[in-house]
Design a protein around this ligand. Structure first.
Ligand code: PHE
Length: 339
């Protein structure tokens, strides 16, 4: 009995879960348990009456001891169980708001433009903001004595380098790098040393586009521009071309967009004219093609320079250009992330 008691105590101490404790109970106190059957397995009948009494009371003692120990172990396991499951989290507490980042209106317009042009088979090409004087001016037919240089007040750097004044600086680079035929856009930041006011910034964004192939005409240019504007403004765009002058295009145009607020009637947004001047463009000047090593007798093309900053202001109704570069989070987070 003593050996059995010790064995039981050791087994119970090793049983940590309710299931394991139940197994111990069955092993000792179940129908075929070793305590239950102790009397059967003992030569009980050969004992004297006195011995039987003593045996019986010892056996009861052992049973009681085992039952109490099992009950205590079960209770301890039941109390320990919920404590184990607790993580310290109170799921009923109100959550803390998480501030999500947002995209800048210029980024949104740029992404939208990129996807529209990619849909028309254009490649998006990265381009440097810090440029050689050659690519920004000479390569696009603006030699050093050309008056057009003065129209673009330039931030000069060392070693004949500058902060590019327009994305046209990448025209010749793109043709040299990718060859022709070519359909590419290069969006990016441009810099001009200008006095800043509600409609002028020294840092602004353009998106240049270039198509070079055989038999490219003004009709192709107009078709691409109309598709672009109709998709951006979700409105069947009416456009017109006016003569414009840029040394790197011949003929050069200003593409006007019929004012979407007054449908051409004339309002304050379009200063009563019914038209908004929107995209400078034209057929690529043969000398620009030559600079890129492209034969102007074989190839022709068109180029355009979308003012991304201007477009973002029009699309989102932003009244002052300075808001775009001010870095004020209250302004920057106002725009729908998915246009
Ligand atoms: N680069 C010109 C500007 O910044 C715009 C332009 C681009 C004009 C392409 C014609 C063709 O004013």
């Amino acid at each position: 009995m003593q050996a059995l008691k010790e064995q039981f105590t050791a087994d119970l101490a090793a049983a940590k879960t309710a299931d394991a404790i139940e197994q111990v109970r069955i092993k000792y106190l179940g129908k075929k348990g070793s305590i239950t059957n102790l009397a059967k397995n003992t030569d009980f009948h050969s004992l004297s009456i006195e011995e039987k009494k003593a045996f019986g009371s010892k056996l009861n003692e052992l049973k009681n001891f085992a039952e109490q120990a099992l009950a205590a172990a079960k209770e301890a396991a039941a109390n320990a169980a919920p404590a184990k499951k607790t993580t310290g989290l109170d799921l009923t507490l109100p959550g803390t708001g998480r501030t999500l980042g947002s995209l800048h209106p210029i980024t949104l317009i740029q992404m939208e433009l990129e996807s529209i042009f990619q849909g028309m088979g254009f490649t998006v090409v990265p381009s440097p903001e810090c440029e050689l004087e050659f690519y920004n001016f000479d390569a696009v037919n603006i030699p050093s004595d050309h008056p057009a240089r003065e129209m673009q007040d330039t931030y000069w750097l060392k070693n004949q380098m500058l902060m590019r004044t327009h994305t046209s600086a990448n025209q010749v680079r793109a043709m040299q790098k990718l060859g022709v035929p070519l359909r590419a856009i290069f969006p990016g930041r441009c810099f001009r040393n200008e006095a800043v006011d509600p409609s002028h910034e020294n840092t602004f964004y353009q998106c240049e586009g270039l198509v070079v192939d055989k038999n490219i005409s003004v009709a192709n240019l107009i078709a691409v521009m109309k598709t672009l504007l109709s998709q951006i403004f979700h409105y069947e765009a009416t456009v017109r071309l006016r003569q414009g002058f840029f040394p790197f295009v011949e003929p050069g145009f200003e593409l006007d967009f019929q004012c979407q607020l007054c449908h051409g009637e004339g309002c304050s947004t379009c200063h009563g004219t019914g038209w908004l001047e929107l995209i400078p463009c034209g057929l690529i000047h043969p000398r620009v093609l030559e600079h890129a090593g492209v034969d102007p007798n074989e190839y022709s093309g068109f180029a355009f320079g979308v003012g991304l900053t201007r477009l973002a202001m029009m699309k989102f109704g932003i009244p002052d250009i300075r808001l775009l570069n001010a870095g004020d989070v209250r302004f920057n987070t106002q725009f729908p992330t998915f246009v």
